[in-house]
Design a protein around this ligand. Structure first.
Ligand code: XIL
Length: 408
């Protein structure tokens, strides 16, 4: 709701004013000619204002690419991110998609990859009713990782949110029609994790066992919580650990307000999992900057708090929407500084072991495909522009790594 309000707030207000004045015009008796005239005039003016604001807001904007005027220093173009990260024993990762054509470039720049979509239940489990899997694309991505000595983050086994989009809708009817829904849910989780983790055993050494379990304050309500409550998380980790005891098991979450209700509840959840002896190794903080700029000081504190629990942290899905910096003189520069600050924050805390960037160039990015963000552009959230030029975002990551190396 908060997100919808941020994006459409003015329009929702204007729409309500138009609606109220139009309804008033309809119900005011005809003998009050003047009042009716002013009401309908008011209604039309608000309508015009709202169309103008709409055009201004949703008309694609372009910002000056000042970075293209500056020559990239040779040490930056000669030393890839991966070389710096390797020397720091740090993961620098990239989300990859079979539609990319820059595979060699990615292998030269990064030491870790995550399949943007092709390790997800919706892609692997082609027919949930018959447990029919298709690993072909995931396997080809895995081969690419092995051939190029890249770590593959497994993303993701069980996903708390959005049936159909992220976990198979068929699971809902399978569970609801079962004589013992809880037992059926456990069977499904067990069978899914055993099949998928088993398939990649020895090749994927770091899995997001559960992704996005949180709603705003409590767990996101789903077929998992309906049948098992919070225990679906414990159970998924238990099965994952039994399936591959050598694998790092991660709880991945999208948190924007680190010291707000969601951030605090997630920390309490972590504490409860640890108290119950759940075999969790670390936390993935997605860090999509999609409708707000994350506060880096709060992020640092948050990483520290997770570290104190004995868990590792990784920034697992970093991207930074350009439009969030529209009030800056040079939005591309400001975007680059945010990348710098986030990578630096991670590097400075020993609990934080890596940063994965969610997309390579602005030519293809997921924000351009999901409503409502696709209507408000430029999203341009990635580290290279649509022509593969290094943006200040790339330089920011490079600088954070280099400074850390110099300080060692
Ligand atoms: C996104 C992909 O980038 C899109 O291509 C896809 O259409 C939807 O999912 N949190 C996650 C990621 O954990 O898996 C999501 O990836 C982005 C939000």
């Amino acid at each position: 709701m908060e997100m919808i309000w941020q994006l459409f707030g003015v329009h929702i207000t204007l729409f309500l004013i138009i609606l109220i004045s139009f309804v008033s015009w309809l119900i005011i008796p005809r003998r009050f000619k003047k009042v009716r005239l002013y009401t309908i005039l008011g209604c039309c003016s608000v309508l015009i204002v709202s169309i103008l604001i709409g055009m201004y807001t949703y008309w694609p904007k372009e910002y000056e690419k000042d970075y293209l005027k500056k020559k990239i220093p040779s040490d930056i173009s000669n030393i890839p991110l991966k070389a710096l990260a390797d020397s720091l024993d740090f993961w620098i990762g990239m989300a990859i998609n079979p539609t990319y054509s820059e595979y060699d470039y990615i292998a030269s720049q990064f030491n870790s990859i995550t399949a943007e979509n092709h390790f997800k239940p919706g892609k692997l489990l082609k027919d949930a009713n018959n447990w029919n899997f298709d690993f072909s694309i995931a396997d080809s991505l895995m081969d690419y990782a092995i051939d190029n000595n890249l770590r593959m983050r497994g993303h993701t086994l069980i996903w708390g949110k959005f049936p159909g989009m992220t976990h198979p809708k068929a699971w809902i009817s399978m569970v609801k029609n079962a004589s013992d829904p809880k037992a059926e849910m456990e069977n499904i989780i067990k069978k899914y994790i055993e099949t998928v983790m088993g398939h990649f055993k020895g090749r994927v050494k770091n899995w997001d066992v559960v992704n996005e379990p949180m709603g705003r304050k409590v767990l996101f309500p789903s077929i998992f919580t309906e049948t098992m409550g919070e225990d679906y998380i414990d159970y998924s980790f238990k099965i994952a650990h039994e399936t591959d005891p050598d694998c790092e098991l991660i709880l991945n979450e999208a948190i924007g307000d680190y010291d707000g209700p969601q951030g605090r509840s997630f920390l309490s959840l972590l504490k409860r999992l640890i108290d119950r002896g759940v075999p969790i190794d670390g936390v993935g903080l997605q860090s999509h900057h999609i409708n707000q700029i994350h506060d880096v000081d709060k992020l640092k504190k948050y990483i520290r708090e997770i570290g104190k629990l004995g868990l590792t942290v990784e920034i697992t899905e970093l991207d930074v929407r350009l439009l969030l910096f529209k009030d800056h003189d040079d939005p591309y520069h400001a975007q680059g500084e945010q990348y710098y600050e986030i990578v630096k924050a991670c590097l400075e805390d020993s609990a934080c072991e890596g940063v994965t960037i969610w997309g390579l160039s602005d030519k293809i990015n997921w924000m351009d495909k999901i409503p409502p963000f696709q209507w408000k552009s430029p999203n341009a959230p990635n580290i290279l522009d649509e022509n593969m030029n290094m943006k200040p975002a790339y330089l920011g990551i490079w600088r954070a790594l280099k400074e850390n190396q110099l300080n060692k």
